[in-house]
Design a protein around this ligand. Sequence first.
Ligand code: CTP
Length: 393
Amino acid sequence: MRVLVGITGGIAAYKAAEIVREFTELGNDVRVVATPNALRFIGAATLEALSHNAVSSELYSDIPEVKHVEMAQWADVILVAPATASFLARTVAGLADDLLGNILLAATAPIVIAPAMHTEMWLNSATVANISTLRSRGYTVIDPSVGRLTGADTGVGRLPETAQLVEATLATLEFQDLAGKNVLVVAGGTREYIDPVRYLGNKSSGKQGIALVTEAKARGAKVTLIAANFDFSASDVVTYRVETTAELISTIDGLSTAFDFVIMPAAVSDFRSEVLSTTKLKKNDSSRMSLELIQNPDVIAEISKVGKARNNSLKVVGFAAETATGIELTQLAKSKLDKKGLDLIVANDVSNGAAFDSDTNSVLILGASISEEVNGSKREIAGAIFDQLLKLP
Ligand code: CTP
């Protein structure tokens, strides 16, 4: 296993030597990236001797090697220990002002973060919010343990024991239960143009789609994403950007991969304008305007029908956005599950616009013999969907 150990500038940095040693003893290839502040607490020579590799610290050294990308792609897993409060804030902000920050932004490998700091800093609402954001983005954060701190006091904030950190880091790699699976995620919201500048659209942010892509990648799948009107890029996710339902359909038709799972949280516009004006529509004297709409095809029903005729092990997951709760929500979702020929449907109540653009949601996952309620981050919901998919016959 190729383990990249990131070290930031806190007193617990001295314990990183033991962590590096433990990884190498277990037969892993280890490379260390220490921030310049980390090297105030621990010497590069110690880390180089224990990792059998040079320590990288500077962004502007070895430029021709494009180190941040090379190291990000090299790593099977990244552990940052200790992670300072400042490092957490920089990571949440997506700052790339040092080598470690650049590597984290470029990496697609699982990232484990072990914060260590004084109790008050750990409990500060800024740190609490940063930890929650990092978790919702899929980072594994290991809570600090309770015990003696740098000064005479004790409390929560200590870097956990080396064995716990090493075990938690390697465990992220054992969970590759989607290895070998080809996953297509179709997400976002389509737009239907009326004239060159106006369209009918919806509030979908694409966040559930990004969570599905991130989860699938972390569990070892090969992922293709069709992103309707939101931005996403990751070096190892084939991504197609579309605007309209017609573009979405032609992109799907052009895919040659045989998928195992197709998951579609996309809010597809049910209707499009019958005529598309090539010039900007003008106000006329009337105070009213009518727009004739025609129905779009049901994309997921077609994927299910055509895809399963070619490959009967294909599993298709749809979403049902309803303004209903309880038994009514279940019934509406069940009827979509059957009508569209789906294996699973993920239903949620979108009354008052709930769920759109949010990082959390509350859903019901339904299948022929499955009914599971999940409340949590969109990443947790993505995890539950894949868990259920893997249990299907
Ligand atoms: N869907 C689709 N093509 C459409 C409409 C929806 O593929 N033309 C997909 C969505 O991506 C989602 C599922 O069907 O996975 C359910 O979408 P939803 O908007 O809840 O349902 P509709 O089929 O549009 O039905 P209604 O709007 O009448 O509730």
